[in-house]
Design a protein around this ligand. Structure first.
Ligand code: NOJ
Ligand code: CA
Length: 566
């Protein structure tokens, strides 16, 4: 009998072992790359993507109705910015319930349908996780505020003032004014790095960590493939509340500058992110970070020493660089050599659109194609922003009274807010660019007449057609998906050239980052490709004589992508 029990226990153990090995088995290719390393992500700002019910605000059913568009475009995952219940002070980044959908956007059933429709088209869904703060209307904060002894009091950062009418220290909110709000009922201040309606959570309280980690489990179980983590660098603050050091000058809100030494990028954040990663690993989910860094070495820290932190810390440094071949070459060399898998982004809902940032008024579409030819051919994962593929431009408010984003109201006219980069997706040349049948919450720019999905779909030379061809190339060509990055012609001041190489597959990318015609010469002897044949895969304003590649002639901002075969 004993023997039988022992055998039974042995087999159960074996089964359990086999099961856990199976559960832990990650879906990777022969090079050890996971799905997200081959993927192109696409950021959807739900208020502005597609409005299905005519209230002028985009919604989940709107997004679902455009799933075929996203599939045909060739993206692998969509990241939806917050669609949870929210008073919308910061347009969703003030979450009042992490485990529901704001009725303005739909319901949980709509969300499940969205995920199912996405899945049918091999598109994964990523949600936004606002880790630093909740809304002041979240039940945790309402309880926290209710009394000094409430269950959730220590879930937020409450402190006495330094004296009458004096906040606890000199920390400032990045959205203007002070970072402390006085609560007359309990006679203490609470801390908010963003708007006063966005109180910071106290991540030093283990109960906060547990509750927040459970939020991610709730969504993983609903089929969510990962999270974009909002504002990670503000998760922790110095518990002693040391004053930040003063710096010379004033900021855009007219306040004296300070160095955010004691309320940003505290090392404790890495521990919390690593623990959050453990939860993500249980579900094979991916974590993307909103990682604003000073340099590449800081970016490297977010991967974790053993690649055990964020899978995809965004390289947001790229969004601040000028359009210059030497600058971009240096930057990419640094990121590529940093050891982590790069995540490239050229714009998002907080940053002026790349079309507007880089456009010179003469070559705008060529520059939009050039930018695509750049960030979508690098080694790494790319995150697009909706409408980039159309050449959408910023449509900034012209008058203060039209501004919706509160930072634009407070900081006008130096700070116009972020409405300009959040305008409706341009589906066609009709009213409101086909975004809504009602009154759109933000106005579309005049360029929607020409730069819209319907018109551009019919035009083989459009920005959209270029993106579609490029995304297809990226999907089909192993060198573009997996290949090493090999910089060429390092001293060329105008033309950025590189190879992507994987086993026997080599792709050459040549980008004229200048407003004048250029000729780039190649010998490729060092790479053993001196007599390789070049077959053009995609070109915009660029030509090369057929056969052995010796030079490429480029129009202003021309792009040339070719397959090299020995
Ligand atoms: C970063 C988000 O991208 C931005 O839109 C938001 O206002 C802040 N974090 C605060 O959540
Ligand atoms: Ca709607």
């Amino acid at each position: 009998m004993r023997k039988r029990i022992a055998v039974l226990i042995f087999f159960c153990g074996l089964l359990l072992f086999a099961f856990s090995a199976f559960a832990q088995k990650k879906d990777v290719d022969p090079d050890g790359h996971a799905w997200w390393q081959h993927a192109v992500f696409y950021e959807v700002y739900p208020r502005s993507f597609a409005d299905s019910n005519g209230d002028g605000i985009g919604d989940l059913n709107g997004i679902t109705s455009k799933m075929d568009y996203l599939h045909d475009l060739g993206v692998d995952a969509i990241w939806i910015t917050p669609c949870f219940p929210s008073p919308q002070v910061d347009f969703g980044y003030d979450v009042s319930d992490y485990e529901a959908i704001d009725p303005m956007y739909g319901s949980l059933a709509d969300f499940d349908r969205l995920v199912a429709e996405a899945k049918k088209r091999n598109i994964r869904v990523i949600l936004d996780f606002v880790v630093n703060h909740t809304s002041d209307q979240h039940k945790w904060f309402l309880d926290s505020k209710s009394s000094k002894t409430s269950t959730h009091r220590d879930w937020y950062i409450w402190r006495d003032g330094k004296g009458p009418d004096q906040p606890p220290n000199n920390w400032l909110s990045t959205f203007g004014l002070a970072a402390w709000k006085y609560d007359p009922a309990t006679k203490q201040y609470y801390y908010h790095y963003f708007y006063p309606e966005q109180p910071d959570l106290n991540w030093r309280n283990p109960a906060v960590e547990r509750a927040m980690f459970d939020v991610t489990r709730f969504w993983y179980k609903r089929g969510v493939a990962g999270f974009r983590l909002d504002a990670v660098d503000t998760m922790y603050e110095d518990p002693k509340l040391t004053d930040n050091p003063a710096l010379p000058g004033t900021d855009k809100f007219g306040r004296p500058n300070t160095e955010e030494k004691f309320n940003k990028k505290l090392p404790e954040m890495h521990g919390a992110l690593q623990r959050l990663r453990n939860v993500a690993d249980e579900y094979d989910a991916v974590l993307i970070g909103e990682t604003w860094t000073q340099n590449v070495s800081e970016l490297k820290d977010y991967y974790g020493e053993h690649n055990n932190e964020l899978h995809m810390p965004m390289d947001l440094l790229l969004t601040n660089l000028p359009l210059s071949a030497p600058v971009l070459r240096d930057h990419i060399a640094g990121v590529d050599a940093s050891g982590g898998w790069p995540t490239y982004v050229i714009t998002n809902h907080d940053i002026v659109r790349s079309y507007t940032r880089y456009g010179d008024g003469t070559h705008d579409d060529a520059i939009a194609k050039l930018m695509a030819g750049f960030y979508l051919t690098l080694r790494g994962t790319a995150i697009m922003y909706y409408g980039e593929e159309l050449g959408m431009q910023n449509n900034d408010p012209k008058r203060k009274e039209d501004v919706k984003d509160p930072i634009g109201v407070l900081g006008w006219p130096k700070e116009k807010g972020r409405d300009g980069e959040r305008t409706p997706m341009q589906w066609n040349a009709g009213p409101n660019a086909g975004f809504t049948k009602g009154t759109s919450w933000l106005p579309v720019p005049a360029s929607a007449q020409t730069h819209n999905a319907e018109s551009e779909h019919k035009d083989p030379n459009s920005v959209l057609s270029f993106y579609r061809r490029l995304l297809l190339l990226r999907r089909e060509e192993p060198a573009l998906r997996e290949g090493d990055y090999i910089a060429l012609n390092n001293s060329d001041p105008n033309v950025l050239s590189y190879l992507r190489q994987y086993k026997d597959n080599t792709v050459l990318v040549v980008l004229n980052i200048s407003a004048t015609k250029q000729k780039a010469n190649f010998d490729l002897i060092q790479q053993g490709l001196a007599s390789a044949q070049a077959n053009t895969m995609l070109a915009s304003g660029a030509t090369a004589p057929a056969g052995t590649l010796k030079s490429v002639s480029l129009e202003p901002y021309g792009v040339y992508i070719a397959k090299l075969t020995k």
